[in-house]
Design a protein around this ligand. Structure first.
Ligand SMILES: Nc1ncnc2c1ncn2[C@@H]1O[C@H](COP(=O)(O)OP(=O)(O)OP(=O)(O)O)[C@@H](O)[C@H]1O
Ligand SMILES: [Mg+2]
Ligand SMILES: [Zn+2]
Length: 450
């Protein structure tokens, strides 16, 4: 007799227990924990695996087409940039983003622009609502086939009949299957639905774009395993009440993960931004505490404004340090360096850092811009509006080189900047015309320049 190894799993949140419990301590729900026998022990004697039939193998040298994944254009160059030149056939893409950020708007636009038949399955909106949106966005909807079905088998059958290039699921959490227990949107449902969609993609040439909700922490909602099941994870980000939206790949089996696509939300939908630097600098303020730096995001350079605010901490309170778009821990380190190496003491002051436009970045080149913006705000001394500053800062206060400095300087020159404060440049470097270079070795020299 084999002993049945049983685990108890919460159908709502996937938490596991060795014993049955009435209330799940992870999600707090009652009556959701049920037994799930583990596969190995079910009716199966514990034998050696040598009796099993071997899986077939193939020498990878004989496999063609690994290098050149078949792709098709999404219809939007900014989306193509992020996924690596178009959607791969037979792939599954998960698109996540906060409620209302513009996920449905984005997929409708690319469904139209890609020029291929697209099947759009939405459990979130009716045909009339989708049609209303299509009309509002000024699209014609000709290639767009809509189904309100939320039964994943029915949708998959429609996809097999219609043979679209792209299947859009809006959203994963509204799809269901009666193969398995658990309410709509429960982890077991989500996992099973996604597995069915992955199977569809791998057994046909179509790409499946699945929209997924995110939790408050900004990660894909549902079982933690869903990001492993898909080929690409895209996230659409933006700050509330700001028009800019950023599309990034957090995972990509077929391309890069460091590109960012920039869009602007308008009443006509999401518009691609082809000159993001100019847009970022559009509403730049010219007083103290503002500095411009040149970042590298994937294959291009973007200019971005760093804003700093320094105020005296009200008595009795701890000094505040708050950031938007920039790593708060990194700010702490930079303030310590300013204190130790440049004798700028901010111990009794609040410091706020903001990257303009709702942009988020952890690029090392931001260091110098953040430090100089803080110094500028502290001393009420303006950084010249025609200057860009960039460099990584070490704990000794030294300014370290950054990658692709030529590309950054070119972007700065293109946008009319006249001066660049940079780390020591390599000898053989092609500098753009019309931009004065100020090399600084350490933070003290940089502050003196200011
Ligand atoms: N009738 C409208 N007029 C103008 N703008 C609108 C209109 N309806 C929606 N929008 C804009 O589109 C945004 C919502 O976009 P969308 O529905 O694509 O988001 P979503 O990410 O799919 O949201 P959800 O997670 O709720 O499905 C709104 O925040 C708003 O800015
Ligand atoms: Mg939506
Ligand atoms: Zn639970």
């Amino acid at each position: 007799m084999t002993k049945l190894n049983t685990v108890f799993i919460c159908t709502n949140c996937d938490a596991q227990y060795p014993k049955w419990v009435g209330r799940c301590s992870e999600c707090g729900k009652f009556g959701t924990v049920a037994s799930e026998p583990t596969m190995i022990s079910k009716n199966k004697p514990q034998t050696l695996t040598s009796a099993a039939i071997a899986a077939s193998t193939v020498s990878l040298a004989q496999v063609n087409g690994f290098k050149n994944v078949a792709r098709f254009s999404s219809g939007l160059p900014e989306v193509n940039r992020v996924v690596g030149g178009g959607f791969a056939e037979a792939s599954v893409i998960l698109l996540t983003g906060a409620p209302g950020v513009g996920k449905s708007t984005l997929v409708l636009a690319l469904a139209e622009k890609c020029g291929w038949p697209v099947l759009y399955a939405s459990g979130e909106e009716s045909a009339e609502q989708v049609q209303g949106r299509v009309a509002r966005l000024g699209l014609n909807g000709q290639n767009l086939h809509f189904t309100p079905s939320t039964d994943v088998h029915a949708v998959i059958q429609s996809a097999r009949n219609l043979q679209p290039k792209l299947l859009v699921i809006d959203s994963l959490q509204t799809m269901q299957t009666d193969d398995i227990q658990g309410g709509v949107g429960s982890p077991s449902q989500i996992r099973t639905v996604l597995a069915e969609l992955v199977n569809l993609a791998k057994t046909s040439a179509l790409a499946v774009l699945v929209i997924g909700h995110v939790t408050k922490e900004g990660i894909a909602a549902g079982p933690k395993t869903i990001e492993h099941l898909v080929d690409v994870v895209l996230s659409l980000e933006g700050v509330e009440h700001q028009p800019l939206r950023f599309l990034r790949a957090n995972k990509n089996r077929f391309g890069p993960t460091d590109e960012v696509g920039v869009f602007q939300m308008t009443e006509n939908g999401l518009i691609e931004v082809d000159n993001p630097s100019a847009l970022f600098l559009n509403e730049r303020h010219s007083g103290p505490g503002s500095g411009v730096t040149a970042l590298i995001e994937g294959s291009r350079s973007l200019l971005i404004e760093v804003q700093a605010l320094v105020t005296r901490t009200s008595s009795l309170n701890y000094p505040k340090r708050a950031t938007t778009g920039f790593d708060a821990n990194r700010l702490q380190v930079l303030l310590a360096v300013l204190n130790e190496r440049a004798r700028i003491n901010l111990g009794y002051k609040d410091v706020y850092i903001n990257l303009a436009g709702g942009f988020r970045s952890r690029e090392p080149a931001l260091d110098l811009a953040v430090c100089l913006a803080v110094a500028s705000a502290n001393f009420k001394k303006v950084i010249p509006s025609s200057a860009v500053v960039l460099g990584e800062i070490g704990l000794g206060g030294e300014i370290r080189p950054v990658v692709a400095i030529d590309k950054r300087l070119q972007e700065a020159a293109r946008l009319g900047f006249k001066q660049a404060v940079v780390p020591k440049l390599p000898d053989k470097i092609k500098l753009p015309q019309g931009i004065d270079i100020v090399e600084v070795r350490n933070i003290t020299e940089a502050v003196e320049w200011l």
